[in-house]
Design a protein around this ligand. Structure first.
Ligand code: ZN
Length: 162
């Protein structure tokens, strides 16, 4: 994380939004000097304010911290490394994972899709895609964006790609 780069990026995004430092400060309920200090790379915005700041600048937190705009695909990949190969839910914890027929933990599927070696939800990829819009908000997408993304991505998952 490069504070100076992040500062420049904040300044650039602020200007893109036609906001002055004062206006941005006011929206965030901080004083003008804070914005100036972030932009000059003197300090980082507090974690508590990063989310709000990203929102005002119309960028994601990942983009802010990486000091550049990123594609949707890139953003999805950054979030987590392992996804359920049926519904694309991130498998962050062992307890998120389903179980194989022999009781061992599945490395591929979540517990909502896979239990005792069998799939327990969707029957077709179309069903899985249609259901994906319910998770749009979690993924930081609008429903339309989620659907578009799901149509491209779900057919590549292990369960659906043969
Ligand atoms: Zn799943």
């Amino acid at each position: 994380m490069n504070q100076e780069e992040i500062g420049k990026f904040i300044a650039q995004q602020r200007k893109n939004k036609y906001l002055t430092q004062e206006q941005l400060a006011e929206r965030l309920n901080v004083n003008n000097r804070s914005v100036s200090r972030w932009e000059n790379g003197i300090c980082m915005p507090d974690l508590s304010i990063i989310k709000e700041l990203s929102k005002e600048l119309d960028i994601t937190v990942s983009e802010l911290l990486n000091a550049r705009r990123m594609s949707k695909e890139e953003l999805m990949e950054m979030k987590e490394m392992i996804y359920c190969q049926s519904c694309h839910m991130p498998l962050q914890e062992e307890s998120d994972k389903g179980k194989n027929a022999d009781g061992t933990i599945s490395e591929d599927y979540c517990k909502y899709c896979f239990e005792n070696g069998e799939f327990i939800n969707y029957k077709t990829v179309e069903e899985a895609i249609a259901d994906s819009v319910n998770y749009a908000e979690y993924a930081g997408f609008t429903k339309e964006e989620m659907l578009e993304y799901a149509k491209k991505m779900y057919p590549t998952l292990k369960r659906w790609n043969n």
